[in-house]
Design a protein around this ligand. Structure first.
Ligand code: MN
Length: 146
């Protein structure tokens, strides 16, 4: 089966772009998600996320891992207690129970592919104590958005 890309875009035939309401209760901002592959018998899901300038993904951790490749733009990512610059085609592994958050840099969206287990635990959000611990690192404190 082939799902054609829209020419020059990270959009695919038959793949809806899920936009989330910005109702003030969300833990992310300016993020869209497309599920590229999922289904009966598949032990993984392959998704594409895009974070527009000024946006950020949820600061979270969980038992399942993320295997990520940047395919659009550039940005920065928190993995654990370090913030890294990321650019096109970089690979990012988010290990189990590791805090992570993605943010674009510059005026282009940050787009990345992300593979996860189909069956996975729900993300955990940081408690006040978790945030306090994360913010002991000044670079992390300046980076994270909640
Ligand atoms: Mn996650």
């Amino acid at each position: 089966m082939i799902f054609r890309a829209h020419l020059g875009e990270c959009r695919w035939e038959g793949t809806p772009v899920l936009e989330y309401k910005q109702d003030g209760t969300t833990t992310f901002r300016h993020v869209t998600r497309q599920t590229l592959f999922e289904g009966e018998g598949m032990e993984f899901q392959w998704r594409y996320f895009e974070v527009a300038p000024g946006g950020y993904s949820t600061l979270e951790r969980h038992e399942h891992e993320h295997a990520v490749m940047v395919v659009r733009g550039e940005g920065r990512v928190l993995v654990g207690d370090a913030v890294h610059d990321i650019r096109l085609y970089d690979l990012i592994l988010v290990p189990p129970m590791t805090w992570h958050q993605f943010q674009p840099a510059g005026d282009e969206p940050l787009g990345f592919l992300c593979i996860v287990n189909a069956r996975r635990d729900r993300p955990q959000l940081p408690t006040a104590a978790d945030l306090e611990a994360l913010r002991r690192n000044p670079e992390v404190a300046a980076f994270i958005r909640v």
